[in-house]
Design a protein around this ligand. Structure first.
Ligand code: BDR
Ligand code: CA
Length: 311
């Protein structure tokens, strides 16, 4: 199984990504989960991470709190999408498993230094603050990272928090720039992919049909999450972003994309946080990221439902 660290800001779709990983121990070994401020402030994202681990019955997964604010900006949150708790929908008990004392960034650095070089994959599902801070603090870890598989950015689908920017990149564009300029192997799940992964009524029903605690909770979460998107996009259901990252680790053949240059806009007020993705190869800039563009959406939902049912 592939060793990973999940970096996250739960978030109902973050919860789906975590549960998919925890339900797939043959393919994925979760070394630890670091929480970051994003959808809601850090006290809630670290708490929500533990709620999700407990829901899965995986109380031994170490959970760490990382950075509480972006590198150079004030935190922007998304309660309008995720509710005031960040995990609105199901009623889940407060966590009893502990929060680790170590800072999330220190855990990332220490794990990468202790484990064999090239054996640990980072899976960021929120703003890239923790990852960029780790890279700034310990530049030696950069060549030890196997790969970064992240949810963020967009090309054809452009923006969801501003007309030009996707939320995770917009919240901490300076952090995103550090990551995209790092030279580390990067695979990106942008809105171009996640907007194809739509939670239709049939797919919610498939979760309910499992009749397990985890699948029921996930059905409640996706019923709540971005419900407004059905009106917003006029689509059959709301997009489910973050589990594309963990699904990719299990079944990469579900996804296709292009290895291209991606730069982050950090200056312009109008297009701040935009991922300027050279999809057509019109610049002379070197490719730096595998930017996904398409997904087998039904294959993805079959995988998600099957693995969550195992928990
Ligand atoms: C991303 O923003 C958050 O609201 C979601 O959890 C996801 O990571 C989508 O733009
Ligand atoms: Ca997220």
């Amino acid at each position: 199984a592939r060793d990973i660290i999940i970096d996250t800001d739960p978030g109902q779709d973050d919860a789906a990504a975590i549960l998919l990983a925890l339900g797939s121990p043959d393919e994925i070994n979760v070394l630890g989960i670091t929480a970051v401020a994003g959808n809601v402030p850090l006290p809630l994202t670290q708490k929500n991470t533990r709620i999700v681990c407990e829901l899965a019955g995986k109380v031994d997964v170490p959970v760490f709190a990382g950075c509480e604010a972006p590198i150079a900006r004030k935190l922007i949150t998304a309660e309008h999408v995720h509710g005031t708790t960040g995990l609105d929908g199901p009623t889940l008990p407060d966590p009893t498993m502990p929060l680790q004392k170590q800072h999330g960034v220190d855990f990332i650095v220490e794990t990468l230094r202790e484990r064999p070089s090239g054996s640990v994959t980072l899976c960021p599902l929120g703003p890239l603050t923790n990852i960029a801070t780790a890279l700034q603090r310990a530049p030696d870890i950069s060549e030890r990272i196997q790969e970064i598989v992240l949810m963020g950015g967009a090309y054809f689908e452009v923006g969801n928090i501003t007309p030009a920017a996707e939320f995770n990149i917009y919240v901490d564009p300076e952090a995103a720039e550090i990551v995209f300029k790092s030279g580390i192997k990067i695979t990106v799940m942008p809105l171009d992919v996640t907007h194809k992964v739509l939670v239709t009524p049939d797919r919610v029903q498939a979760l309910r049909d499992c009749k397990t605690k985890v699948c029921d909770a996930m059905a409640e979460m996706v019923d709540f999450f971005e419900r407004f998107d059905t009106d917003k996009y006029g689509s059959a259901g709301a997009p489910l972003h973050d589990p594309c990252v963990t699904a990719y680790l299990i079944k990469p053949e579900l996804f296709s994309g292009r290895y291209i240059n991606v730069e982050i806009e950090t200056q312009s007020e109008l297009t701040l946080g935009m991922t300027v993705a050279d999809w057509w190869g019109v610049s002379a800039r070197e490719p730096n990221a595998m930017f996904m563009g398409d997904v087998d959406a039904q294959g993805f939902f079959d995988l998600l439902t099957e693995r969550l049912a195992r928990l």
